[in-house]
Design a protein around this ligand. Sequence first.
Ligand SMILES: Cc1cc2nc3c(=O)[nH]c(=O)nc-3n(C[C@H](O)[C@H](O)[C@H](O)COP(=O)(O)OP(=O)(O)OC[C@H]3O[C@@H](n4cnc5c(N)ncnc54)[C@H](O)[C@@H]3O)c2cc1C
Ligand SMILES: *[C@@H]1O[C@H](CO)[C@@H](O)[C@H](O)[C@H]1NC(C)=O
Ligand SMILES: *[C@@H]1O[C@H](CO)[C@@H](O)[C@H](O)[C@H]1NC(C)=O
Ligand SMILES: *[C@@H]1O[C@H](CO)[C@@H](O)[C@H](O)[C@H]1NC(C)=O
Ligand SMILES: *[C@@H]1O[C@H](CO)[C@@H](O)[C@H](O)[C@H]1NC(C)=O
Ligand SMILES: *[C@@H]1O[C@H](CO)[C@@H](O)[C@H](O)[C@H]1NC(C)=O
Ligand SMILES: *[C@@H]1O[C@H](CO)[C@@H](O)[C@H](O)[C@H]1NC(C)=O
Ligand SMILES: *[C@@H]1O[C@H](CO)[C@@H](O)[C@H](O)[C@H]1NC(C)=O
Ligand SMILES: *[C@@H]1O[C@H](CO)[C@@H](O)[C@H](O)[C@H]1NC(C)=O
Ligand SMILES: *[C@@H]1O[C@H](CO)[C@@H](O)[C@H](O)[C@H]1NC(C)=O
Ligand SMILES: *[C@@H]1O[C@H](CO)[C@@H](O)[C@H](O)[C@H]1NC(C)=O
Ligand SMILES: *[C@@H]1O[C@H](CO)[C@@H](O)[C@H](O)[C@H]1NC(C)=O
Ligand SMILES: *[C@@H]1O[C@H](CO)[C@@H](O)[C@H](O)[C@H]1NC(C)=O
Length: 622
Amino acid sequence: MHRLLAFLSAALTVSATFITNDTTGIPSSFEYIIIGGGTAGLAVANRLSVNHSVLVIERGTDQRDDENINNPLIATAGFPPNICHGLGSMPPQVGSNGTKLRVQPVQFGNCLGGGSSINAMQGSRPTLAGMNALEALGNPGWGWDDFLPYMQRSETFTPPNAQQIERGASFNASVHGFSGPVGVSFPDPFLVPQVHSAAKETAESVYGVTPTQDMGDGFSGGHVGSMYYHIHFNETLQTQRRSSSAWSFLYPESQQRSNLIVLTEHIVNTIMTTNASTDGNITATGVTLLPSAGGDMLTLSVTREVIVSAGSVFSPGVLQRSGIGNSSLLQSLGISPVLDLPGVGSNFQDQVLLVNVSFPVSDAFQSDPNVTVNAPTLGLITAHATANEAFGDQGTQMISSAVRNSTSAADQVIASGGIVNAQSMELQVNVIANAYEIDHPLMELLFTVGVTLRLWAQSALPLSRGSVYINTTDPFSFPVVDAQYLTIDSDIEIFTRAARRLGLAASTPPFSDLINSTASAALGLPAVNASDDAWRTWALDHYSPAVHFIGSNSMMPHEVGGVVSPELLVYGTTNIRVVDASIMPLGIFPHCTLGLYGVAEKAADMILQTASKADPISLPSP
Ligand SMILES: Cc1cc2nc3c(=O)[nH]c(=O)nc-3n(C[C@H](O)[C@H](O)[C@H](O)COP(=O)(O)OP(=O)(O)OC[C@H]3O[C@@H](n4cnc5c(N)ncnc54)[C@H](O)[C@@H]3O)c2cc1C
Ligand SMILES: *[C@@H]1O[C@H](CO)[C@@H](O)[C@H](O)[C@H]1NC(C)=O
Ligand SMILES: *[C@@H]1O[C@H](CO)[C@@H](O)[C@H](O)[C@H]1NC(C)=O
Ligand SMILES: *[C@@H]1O[C@H](CO)[C@@H](O)[C@H](O)[C@H]1NC(C)=O
Ligand SMILES: *[C@@H]1O[C@H](CO)[C@@H](O)[C@H](O)[C@H]1NC(C)=O
Ligand SMILES: *[C@@H]1O[C@H](CO)[C@@H](O)[C@H](O)[C@H]1NC(C)=O
Ligand SMILES: *[C@@H]1O[C@H](CO)[C@@H](O)[C@H](O)[C@H]1NC(C)=O
Ligand SMILES: *[C@@H]1O[C@H](CO)[C@@H](O)[C@H](O)[C@H]1NC(C)=O
Ligand SMILES: *[C@@H]1O[C@H](CO)[C@@H](O)[C@H](O)[C@H]1NC(C)=O
Ligand SMILES: *[C@@H]1O[C@H](CO)[C@@H](O)[C@H](O)[C@H]1NC(C)=O
Ligand SMILES: *[C@@H]1O[C@H](CO)[C@@H](O)[C@H](O)[C@H]1NC(C)=O
Ligand SMILES: *[C@@H]1O[C@H](CO)[C@@H](O)[C@H](O)[C@H]1NC(C)=O
Ligand SMILES: *[C@@H]1O[C@H](CO)[C@@H](O)[C@H](O)[C@H]1NC(C)=O
């Protein structure tokens, strides 16, 4: 306690956040300890440390000066490998012949900023129908109207300039924020205007969608528009920079916190807890950690809360090593169960992506002098279509009955560890089918600009469910991460149709005029009028992860496998919260990052509200 007070009074004279990889000089106790200095973790840390002592523990390094991360024009020109870009693998996933032979990577961020330091910076938001589905799953307070202000609080949106507007960018000021830490803008300059307008026209005719004013207004129905990015303009450098979580909430002069210590190159092993008190809940008292390079285990104490923010791939393992999870799994690994919470690691999911269609441009393509061989691919047209738009008048009815019929697959999903009971499947199927019936998009189509023109199709609300679990107590070993891609029939049916739409877009003018006419055949794309079987085979042999991993500590009712409450508290604990993509039970974020900042802002609000009502836990004197 003395050390803490000494530190706090010393800190009053120091205004900057202290970032260090050395534990020797830091206090032994904090009000809050945040596990993971990634996308959501640094955002929460920023808000709590305004007037509380906070420690962030990040496994990776501080890559503040890495141009491969900071410069979006380099970062998007083919994803240069960098020290922050982690890579694991999944057990083989399903292919067209039904055998599980398709090896898929697991990509993740591994430095300050986490995924936001390595991702493609594509900005998007959930829709009104999506947020309302999340609320309907048993999460009061998470509907669109409640959530939009938190997304606005996080951002500073830069409206498009005259040239960007002329080339098709537009926005709706009433849904944006203009004084938050995260810079969001359209790329400048907007490259190759003829591709932008051709892509929009083709999307309109293939999908029957119309342009909306803003991709982030919670739109009703389908639409097409220019995508914004998590990038901002740095006045000092006079150039565009990545708005990572670190460059938004941690590094800038305006965000310094005397109450915040960020410890890098240390990995959290476990959360220490007390035995259950009379009300049956357990309380976190600290964490155990060790240097990422190996070394002695240390312990640090916490007087208010532990916030788990290690991301969908790693947060389940932190809880599992701490005895929180499926007790029989933990016992088989020699871990003493502390809380039997079988949902930890289940309900894991990812959207599915077809990125393999990369077309050489045709002679008709008027080369933009700014597009060079290594041109960045900033600048996307994105279209979202509802089932009726994509498949005609009966589309919604067809899709919603296929989705509702998926309850018959519950046993299969339970057996693979994707859900904990049939009731979970029933509840999720119901809110997803309802969302489609209102007007939730069924799929996303993306058109890129560059020396090759790429068309991507991505699923929206997949039903296939997998799992993440540890198979050893070693905190350094990679968990078993299994997305169970496309294992539910309705997902395959939707994706088969999405693939055909992609083929149709590739052969529909004016976009098709810009690509080499022999390209589709050369890439093995089936003919637009080929059989469903031909398209299904192609889709199953070419899909890849969207890398939007969610759900492994889902926010939903305890009895259907939920891990956290709508307050993001781990069920059965008084002071362990999870704040990262793992809490999201449904794929309602087309791309996760901007939505996750909203989650972090809302979480910080709830945590501070709790703090305003309670004193810190008093620790036994050392
Ligand atoms: C290649 C790629 C491209 C993507 N493209 C986009 C895109 O264009 N747009 C978009 O919106 N989204 C995109 N995403 C998804 C998005 O980046 C992620 O969903 C998001 O960053 C996840 O945030 P998080 O806070 O849940 O976890 P992370 O940001 O992953 O943060 C977790 C942090 O915890 C640390 N950590 C893990 N375990 C421990 C431990 N035991 N102890 C201490 N620290 C630990 C990790 O190193 C990491 O820094 C992409 C993701 C990837 C991987
Ligand atoms: C901290 O960083 C320095 C400089 O990079 C390095 O030499 C040292 O080993 C690091 N310490 C830990 C605990 O990782
Ligand atoms: C099944 O498909 C995979 C590719 O997806 C291929 O590698 C494998 O040989 C096929 N197996 C059989 C039995 O056809
Ligand atoms: C802008 O957003 C507001 C709030 O969602 C909405 O009421 C309004 O209709 C939108 N304007 C346009 C032109 O779409
Ligand atoms: C702009 O970039 C410089 C150099 O990286 C950095 O020192 C400064 O903090 C940045 N400004 C903001 C507001 O991010
Ligand atoms: C917690 O309970 C276990 C047995 O259930 C007991 O061995 C242990 O001493 C208890 N610890 C504390 C701090 O009470
Ligand atoms: C734990 O605390 C919650 C409130 O946070 C309470 O509703 C619950 O009854 C307590 N007991 C158990 C066993 O969860
Ligand atoms: C818990 O784990 C055991 C052993 O791995 C497994 O058999 C069981 O199905 C799991 N229970 C749930 C509800 O997931
Ligand atoms: C179109 O692609 C084919 C190979 O698929 C190639 O031979 C031809 O040169 C290309 N034409 C143009 C104009 O790029
Ligand atoms: C090319 O880039 C320059 C500088 O960024 C810009 O001023 C110009 O408008 C761009 N040209 C086109 C055709 O986009
Ligand atoms: C419903 O599911 C069953 C079993 O998975 C399947 O045989 C049947 O064809 C499905 N019916 C529809 C309408 O999708
Ligand atoms: C854990 O699973 C991985 C595959 O994800 C495997 O390579 C490794 O051998 C397994 N380890 C143990 C101890 O079972
Ligand atoms: C400081 O923290 C308390 C909760 O302990 C909160 O109610 C209050 O609003 C915070 N003040 C500021 C300026 O954030």
